[in-house]
Ligand binder design. Structure first.
Ligand code: NAP
Length: 307
């Protein structure tokens, strides 16, 4: 029997990635949607809230929560309390305590909660992790610079408290480095540039440190026009590893391996495996580093941002 899934929050990522991934995965059948903006799909019952969907009596086993992060905990907690398995878009919540509360609720209800980090499923990441496990890491740089006007047009939530600003894409880089670098990555220092008319950073520079003391410098910026950068470079005693295009393209000293985009199909395959084995996966390591940057970083006012 397939897993009857409902999609909550029918915005950009739901259309770009979740709907095609669900349609292509024989483990899942899309049975309903719920979106606050009233968006619906042809051929699938649509509602304006999870509560309305639940009240309809449609049989659902699982939900994928693709809302902005500020409402993710309320939506996910309602689903878990109804005994539904829950897939969370990143970040898993708007605070670390909300994320921990979801893990506890899933445990109580004996259902699966899966905090997805789609960039960890990018084509080059698994091999990067295996290669680095054998090397001594000496330093690294993360360059994650994109044009917010191109990638997030009209998304006011990204600038509001809990929306993360430039950490919305930056957390993808942090999800990769917390996956490929051994040990616990520490945040030592941070500078956050916050537009005077907004509540979230437009740029951030972080100084991280690996468990062995190697420095990792991160540069996140939403003001990049022209070519966009989603690159990670790790220097080791055996040469330099490069991940480009958000982790899709891995270059090692012996050459480049270009990979295809399988991130969301891999996430749904993993969700089905977790449900089948009665397990959950709610890793907050990337989110903790963002929280640490907000806690330890200097907040520098900068020019107002207008769309
Ligand atoms: P979006 O385009 O703004 O879509 C979010 C949708 O959720 C909107 O339709 C919104 O309706 C709806 N919504 C808000 N509150 C809701 C609620 N309580 N119940 C049901 N629906 C609700 O945002 P997005 O770009 O898809 O991003 C959503 C999440 O995915 C974010 O956490 C983001 O970090 C993550 N993500 C996005 C991308 C990307 O490329 N865009 C990539 C990876 C991950 P209203 O507009 O009426 O509020």
């Amino acid at each position: 029997m397939t897993i009857r899934i409902a999609l909550i929050g029918l915005g950009k990522i739901a259309h770009d990635q979740h709907l095609p991934a669900i349609a292509a995965d024989p483990n899942f059948t899309l049975v309903a949607t719920a979106s606050a903006d009233g968006a619906v799909l042809g051929g699938v019952p649509g509602f304006d809230s999870l509560e309305a969907l639940l009240a309809s009596g449609i049989a659902v086993d699982a939900v994928a929560v693709c809302t902005p992060p500020q409402v993710r905990h309320r939506v996910a907690a309602t689903a878990l309390r109804h005994g539904l398995h829950v897939l969370l878009e990143k970040p898993p919540a708007a605070s670390l305590t909300e994320a921990a509360a979801l893990a506890a609720l899933a445990d109580d209800a004996k259902v699966t909660v899966f905090a997805t980090w789609h960039s960890r499923c990018a084509a080059g990441v698994a091999e990067a992790r295996a290669w680095l496990a054998e090397r001594k890491i000496t330093r690294g740089t993360i360059t994650w610079r994109e044009d917010v006007r191109v990638w997030h047009p009209g998304q006011q939530w990204i600038w509001q408290p809990g929306g993360l600003g430039v950490f919305d894409p930056g957390i993808n880089a942090l999800s990769i480095v917390t996956e490929i670098l051994p040990g616990t990555l520490l945040l030592r220092d941070a500078e956050l540039e916050v537009p005077s008319n907004r509540h979230a950073p437009i740029a951030a520079r972080l100084t991280l440190e690996t468990g062995c003391g190697a420095p990792i410098a991160a540069d996140f910026d939403f003001r990049q026009t022209g070519p966009q950068s989603w690159d990670i470079e790790i220097e080791t005693d055996a040469g330099t590893l490069r991940l480009a295009r958000g982790g899709a393209e891995l270059t090692l000293p012996d050459g480049t391996r270009p990979g295809e985009d399988r991130e969301y199909p891999a996430l749904y395959a993993q969700f089905a495996r977790l449900i089948a084995t009665g397990a959950s996966d709610l890793d907050t390591a990337p989110f903790r580093l963002v929280a640490d940057a907000f806690l330890r970083g200097r907040h520098l006012p900068t020019d107002p941002f207008e769309e």
